[in-house]
Design a binder for this molecule. Structure first.
Ligand SMILES: Cc1cc2nc3c(=O)[nH]c(=O)nc-3n(C[C@H](O)[C@H](O)[C@H](O)COP(=O)(O)O)c2cc1C
Length: 231
């Protein structure tokens, strides 16, 4: 199957979207009464179940940032690590990229996961810390060669003149990685989003969807308040 066939009309797309299944199930259940006082363990339980149950790429998430003028942008990234106690979520990118520039101007962001097979969405918001060079080194040098070559190929998010320029840069980067296997690109950065709030959303088409939000609250026992939200 390819995507370069005859033109597709908006009407045809609308009809097809209407009849495309969503939240079709069977879905797991979620009883917020069984959720603990902090969001970290619940995140771990849901992600571990997604990994166990073969949900495709459950560690892929959407990162939303905003620039200095408040203009939002979002893209998909890999979750590189998690601290379940805070909880905090690590991702890695190039500091010169659009997201890197956004985070330098406004070090707050949102992360979203959606696992269709389980009808589950998790949303997390909070301030973003930039980890030190040692963390960036560990992250980069632990990657496969192709990923390290990509890290030395051009400047992420900068305009590219054409594929020829890209191929040349990639060849140079491959030579650099072979000659200097311990080198780390200057801009390679590990970021850590520390959750201020976290929302767990469970689809339940027959009974009504469930939303549980945790909000960081130093005055609350355990440091979090829990709130059910109207779905
Ligand atoms: C499945 C998947 C995983 C990705 N993982 C990363 C990642 O871990 N780090 C990263 O910088 N970009 C990753 N990307 C590319 C980003 O989506 C994005 O194109 C890139 O980071 C540039 O974004 P920006 O211009 O908004 O900074 C991934 C893309 C996909 C589709």
């Amino acid at each position: 199957m390819t995507d370069d066939q005859a033109p597709v009309t908006a009407d045809a797309l609308r009809e097809r979207m209407r009849s495309a299944p969503v939240l079709a199930g069977p879905l797991p259940s979620f009883d917020p009464a069984t959720a603990g006082p902090e969001p970290g363990p619940l995140f771990a339980r849901w992600l571990a179940y997604a990994l166990d149950d073969g949900v495709p790429e459950p560690h892929v998430m959407t990162l939303s940032t905003a620039d200095a003028g408040g203009r939002p942008s979002a893209r998909v990234l890999m979750l590189r690590g998690v601290d379940l106690d805070r909880p905090a979520f690590d991702f890695a990118s190039d500091a010169a990229s659009r997201k890197g520039r956004d985070l330098a101007d406004r070090p707050r962001a949102a992360l979203t996961w959606y696992w269709p097979r389980h009808g589950r969405q998790i949303r997390v918001n909070g301030p973003v810390e930039t980890l030190d060079r040692a963390a960036a080194r560990r992250d980069f040098l632990g990657r496969r060669e192709a990923s390290r070559v990509a890290g030395f190929t051009g400047v992420m998010s900068a305009p590219l003149e054409g594929r020829t320029a890209y191929e040349e840069a990639r060849r140079r980067a491959a030579g650099h990685v072979a000659a200097h296997p311990d080198d780390v690109p200057e801009g390679h950065t590990v970021y850590r989003l520390v959750a201020d709030d976290a929302e767990f959303w469970q689809a339940a088409p027959a009974q009504g969807h469930v939303r549980l939000r945790y909000t960081r609250d130093p005055a609350a026992p355990g440091g979090w308040t829990r709130t059910l939200l109207w779905p």
